[in-house]
Design a protein around this ligand. Structure first.
Ligand SMILES: [Zn+2]
Length: 224
């Protein structure tokens, strides 16, 4: 897929700059005589950088917006943004054809209904990931509980009872996996000792990237 260039601004500058704006559009600033074909090929070459930047902005915008529950509003699920569609036909909140569908009849209690949907999804996804990593590592757990926590992503109770906030299901799967691994590893090491982090790293070598994502997107814990 080719990247859409929103605007090319030519001026008396010497170099080309690719700018991703606050609303995730790509603006190219270029010297006066730069051929458009050259700009297009440059944009293609930088495709990965541009899309990553755009995705990060879309994500951040979704997170910081107060929810209105109107058509087209974005909701995060597994790190992607889905547009809300208020439907006369559907009877329940459901993800369908790349949209998050909310029945018109539930509009009055939209927040509550969508939270419930998130919670069910979180339960399904997180339980599956815990099972997967438990089998992979041989770490045995007792139970998985999905909570409403707004302060922490997950916690590990006595004898391997694991808790995760449903809000985690808005994050990319790899980030969810990190929290799962983090709590599972606490069954073997209760603290955050050096040995503990060595264990985490053995299971997930790039865990620091996911941990950074959680720090940067802490606001997710506050959304709806
Ligand atoms: Zn911990």
């Amino acid at each position: 897929m080719s990247i859409e260039i929103h605007e090319i601004i030519r001026s008396k500058r010497k170099t080309i700059a690719l700018v991703v704006t606050a609303d995730a559009k790509l603006v190219v600033r270029a010297p006066l005589n730069t051929p458009t074909d050259y700009i297009k090929s440059l944009v293609q070459k930088k495709k990965k950088w541009i899309t990553e930047k755009q995705q990060a902005i879309v994500l951040r915008n979704e997170i910081h917006k107060e929810k209105q529950f109107v058509n087209g509003e974005g909701f995060l699920y597994l790190g992607d943004s889905y547009k809300l569609e208020i439907s006369k036909d559907e009877q329940q909140v459901i993800l369908k054809h790349g949209r998050l569908i909310l029945p018109e009849t539930e509009l009055r209690t939209a927040g509550e209904k969508i939270r419930r949907w998130y919670k069910n999804e979180a339960k399904r996804v997180i339980q599956e990931r815990v099972k997967y990593y438990s089998q992979l590592t041989g770490i045995k757990y007792k139970s998985v509980k999905i909570t409403d926590a707004k302060r922490r992503w997950g916690s590990c109770g006595p004898k391997g009872s694991l808790n995760f906030t449903w809000r985690l299901v808005m994050a990319p799967l790899r980030v969810i996996d990190y929290v799962v691994v983090h709590e599972l590893a606490h069954i073997e090491f209760a603290d955050h000792s050096k040995e503990y982090w060595v264990r985490v790293r053995t299971i997930m070598p790039d865990f620091e990237k996911q941990r950074k994502w959680l720090e940067e997107n802490q606001k997710l814990l506050d959304v709806i």
